[in-house]
Design a protein around this ligand. Structure first.
Ligand code: C2E
Ligand code: CA
Ligand code: CA
Length: 438
């Protein structure tokens, strides 16, 4: 049975055909690929154009991998490839080719679509009972790549244990957050939730320009838990508005008390808004206004970070414009992942563009080709951002080499472990004192 849209094997048929195509004595490799945030791409473009993207990807797959024994479309933006007899080098070569072609911009009507993909690999030398297990293993590896925010990952048995543990944690969080939803204020007051602050530095003047507020949850039993784990759950169970309001209020209150730097300026505070918070215009407007009024923070010191994880609808554009009338600025976060139509930058009322960490991660890595690609992308985004009078910020800078690459590419505002990890609330003032020498 083939997939109606692409003519590739459907998920069911991929399992069936793979079973009849493989024998125990011929080594094989399964590669699963997922278009990052495909659902948002599809929602953003509409079904018809979304389908065209899929068809183009499928066509490119067939052209690029005539040597694959089987190609399948497993679901929405998920594809799978089966190869025989690949050497270690050849497997890596196929991964590079897959990334190269899948991430090459697609021109559709007047839109330039830049996709990003994640890849999971399983090889028969890991001794699976049958091919179905191997396909599942490639999917587990893909899941692992996604959750650890890396481009690709090879299956190993530890991943099964990790997946089980993370599932258990997720359930525990769900129970814990649900029972706390009505008493969230108590949880907040008992300091289970707290903010840490990571500096965004003007790398030319060496002055701290802003701090980004990052949320943490100190779970009574499980210790400090990452926001990437609990925020999606908080969204799902409908407590993100409440939690997000607390973040905005708390961040403004603390920032209002920060000391001035030697330039007689206090650093700004950058707060993340989750997509669900932008859905309710009246609520988010009131929340930000109240936080500013209550804290007395000068509105020009507040920046709001929104992600381009979904299509920025006309309703959201209006919400953003309204928030800006309060005097605060807005940054587009995680730029360059998933749905990014570069020209759209001109239509969204924003001030800053934060390039996603994945770009900078390839700078100074082993793969020179990826590095060149990332560098070209950084340069392209920086020049476009400049044309639109926006300010670029690069996050995830960890090394001196990455820093100088950014400076050479024309980026002044830098965030990353190179300057500092996120700081506890009490350490912000000290950090400012020690890092604001002329
Ligand atoms: P983000 O907004 O992209 O925040 C930057 C993340 O990158 C932070 O992770 C930060 O600790 C990490 N990071 C910064 N510099 C480096 C570096 O040099 N190397 C590496 N490897 N990582 C670096 P964190 O704190 O775990 O936050 C993860 C995500 O959770 C954030 O990504 C943001 O999307 C979300 N988040 C955090 N706090 C909030 C919040 O209050 N509200 C909402 N809606 N989302 C939040
Ligand atoms: Ca952010
Ligand atoms: Ca980001």
């Amino acid at each position: 049975m083939t997939d109606r849209l692409t003519g590739l094997a459907s998920r069911k048929s991929f399992f069936e055909q793979a079973a009849s195509l493989t024998t125990p004595d011929v080594p094989y490799t399964i590669i699963c690929m997922k278009i990052a945030r495909f659902k948002q791409v599809n929602d953003g473009l509409g079904d018809e154009l979304g389908d065209k993207v899929i068809v183009q990807i499928a066509k490119r797959l067939q052209q690029t991998f005539p040597n694959a024994a089987l190609l399948g479309r497993m679901a929405g933006g998920n594809f799978a490839l089966l190869f025989y007899n690949l050497s270690e080098n050849e497997v890596e070569h196929q991964i590079t080719r897959l990334r190269d072609f899948a991430e090459r911009p697609i021109l559709l009507r007047r839109e330039v679509i830049v996709l990003s993909v994640n890849i999971g690999v399983a090889e028969s030398c890991s001794h699976f009972d049958d091919i179905a297990d191997a396909i599942h293993a490639a999917e587990v590896a893909l899941h692992n790549a996604l959750s650890s925010r890396v481009k690709f990952s090879f299956f190993d048995t530890q991943m099964i244990a990790d997946a089980r543990a993370s599932h258990q944690l997720e359930n525990a969080l769900r129970v814990s957050l649900t029972t706390q939803a009505t008493e969230l204020h108590t949880a907040v007051q008992s300091e289970e939730f707290f903010l840490v602050f990571q500096p965004i530095v003007n790398a030319k003047s060496k002055q701290v320009s802003a701090f980004e507020a990052l949320l943490r949850w100190r779970h009574p039993k499980k210790g400090v838990i990452s926001p990437t784990v609990f925020i999606p759950i908080a969204e799902q169970i409908g407590v993100m508005d409440l939690l997000g309001s607390w973040v905005i209020g708390r961040a403004c209150t603390l920032a209002a008390a920060w000391p001035e730097t030697s330039q007689h300026q206090s650093p700004r505070i950058s707060v993340n808004l989750s997509p669900s918070q932008l859905q309710n215009r009246a609520l988010i407007y009131q929340t930000v206004k109240r936080a500013l009024d209550k804290s007395g923070l000068n509105p020009n010191r507040l920046n709001l970070e929104i992600t381009e994880s979904q299509e920025i609808s006309s309703g959201m554009i209006e919400t953003i414009s309204q928030l800006r009338t309060l005097g605060c600025s807005v940054a587009l976060d995680d730029f360059g992942t998933g749905y990014s139509s570069l020209m759209e930058l001109n239509n969204i009322p924003i001030d800053y563009v934060k390039l996603d960490r994945s770009f900078i991660a390839s700078i100074g890595g082993k793969d020179e080709k990826q590095e060149r690609k990332a560098l070209n992308m950084i340069r392209a985004v920086v020049s476009l951002v400049d044309v639109f009078n926006l300010v670029p910020i690069v996050e995830g800078v960890e090394t001196q080499y990455q820093l100088s690459t950014c400076l050479d590419a024309g980026v002044t505002f830098i965030q990353g472990f190179y300057f500092s990890r996120p700081l506890e609330e009490n350490n912000v003032a000290t950090y400012l004192q020690t890092n604001s020498s002329e």
